[in-house]
Design a protein around this ligand. Sequence first.
Ligand code: 5GP
Ligand code: ZN
Length: 116
Amino acid sequence: MDCLFCKIAAGEIPSTKVYEDDEILAFRDISPEAPCHVLVIPKIHIPSMDGITPENSAVVAHIFEKIPEIAKLGGAENGYRVISNCGPDAGQSVPHLHFHVIGGAKLPLHVFPEKE
Ligand code: 5GP
Ligand code: ZN
């Protein structure tokens, strides 16, 4: 399948790995927005949060069990935020489910800057 994150999961495209096991991979975002900006993906192809089903949700639970460890490994020692962009309005640019783990600095509170 011609999917960027499937290729990264398979090791066909290099990435800066933070954590890996049989089911998931965590690697640094190529264009980080904070000192810790790690993407966590299932190795199986799920297009987005809209593609989570009873059949594949165990890997999503596994991701969330591992996120605290991944955040620390990524350099978020004092808290972090988890974001998953789903669909066009959210600006999802890679159609393989991924969770941004962002931290390592005080983060702005609001999605819309005019609320700052
Ligand atoms: P989205 O916009 O879909 O929520 O997030 C996709 C993220 O993937 C972006 O933050 C983007 O910087 C990152 N990204 C895109 N291509 C690559 C790549 O080849 N390697 C890595 N490490 N990150 C990528
Ligand atoms: Zn994929």
